[in-house]
Design a protein around this ligand. Structure first.
Ligand code: MN
Ligand code: MN
Length: 317
């Protein structure tokens, strides 16, 4: 049985793509099963309910040498803790290639599109397999989620075409209304503890000279995408405390939390301390005032935040 899973702190794409890819592989004769690497965010249960699908179980500890399939990530820091000891046989992803190595030749599908699910639709078409209704719901929801309904600069024509193709199969007439419902579900954060809010959509990135044996710096980069940024800034002091606690507990060099206003397409970033503020000033030309730096329209961690930090730290090392 081949476990299929997305990244830690899973988002809707990490869960939906694991489910859809496991199903696709099963239809192709590979005994595959979807798993998750953490708790669901507030958006994904809404999507699963619409699709009529159960959440995948938590990934158990896998024995060294177990074959696994990765979706929506490839970096060790974002994966199963013992990924280096596992045998990666399949990867479908739309992120930059990180420190992935494989023991055997592997099936790899990487394209710079807005969502892993967009690639999974391509794989269905290439295999001449009809998309089933639940898979259509999962894929179109993941694409709307990852691209913020095509607002993100990561959006490609492939993502738009995929949603247009999938909506009739899902039986969805009003994509715009559905996207707004999804974003409302995601923004309904209730009294979730600040430490959980920070880690809901959070990834650790190694930055520095790629030729160096050890990464020069490790930064934790969180994002809260919301239609209600006022709620998040109402909890600013708690969140900044949680960010400093995470930096200390996880031995990180910096922690940032982007608060993305989905509807207005802006990013006001919480900045944990003075060291981070100096880097944010250098890299983005944005001063930090009372723990907040205005990053304007830079709403994509993948396309606008991480590459700029990466470039900065490569020239620093
Ligand atoms: Mn993801
Ligand atoms: Mn994704």
């Amino acid at each position: 049985m081949l476990p299929v899973f997305g990244h830690l702190n899973p988002d809707t794409d990490a869960i939906a793509s694991a489910l859809v890819y496991a199903h696709l592989l099963s239809r192709q004769g590979i005994d595959a099963q979807a798993y998750r690497l953490g708790d669901l965010n507030f958006e994904t249960p809404f999507v699963l309910q619409k699709a009529g699908v159960e959440a995948p179980p938590l990934l158990p500890v896998l024995e060294a040498g177990t074959a696994v399939a990765l979706v929506d990530h490839n970096e060790r820091a974002q994966s199963a803790p013992n990924l280096a000891d596992l045998q990666v046989t399949h990867v479908v992803d739309h992120h930059k290639l990180g420190d992935l190595t494989t023991m055997q030749p592997a099936f790899l599908r990487f394209e710079p599109v807005g969502c892993t699910a967009t690639l999974l639709l391509k794989l269905h078409r290439e295999a001449r397999l009809q998309v089933e209704q639940a898979d259509a719901w999962l894929m179109l929801s993941a694409i709307l989620s990852d691209t913020l309904h095509f607002r993100s600069p990561t959006t490609t024509p492939n993502d738009r075409e995929a949603v247009a193709f999938l909506a009739p199969i899902a039986g969805l007439r009003d994509v715009t209304a559905y996207a707004l419902e999804m974003f409302a579900a995601k923004s309904d954060l209730g009294d979730t503890p600040a430490a959980e809010l920070l880690k809901m959509d959070y990834k650790v990135f190694p930055f520095g000279d790629p030729a160096a044996q050890h990464p020069v710096q490790r930064w934790g980069l969180g994002v809260i995408e919301t239609t209600n940024p006022g709620y998040v800034f109402g909890r600013q002091a708690e969140l900044l405390d949680a960010m400093r606690a995470a930096r200390a507990a996880d031995g990180l060099d910096g922690v940032l939390l982007g608060v993305v206003d989905i509807l207005n397409e802006t990013n006001r970033m919480l900045v944990a301390g003075e060291a981070e503020a100096a880097v944010v000033q250098q890299v983005f030309g944005a001063p930090t005032l009372d723990g907040v730096a205005d990053l304007g329209g830079r709403i994509s961690r993948k396309k606008q935040i991480v590459p700029a930090l990466e470039k900065y730290f490569e020239t620093q090392s």
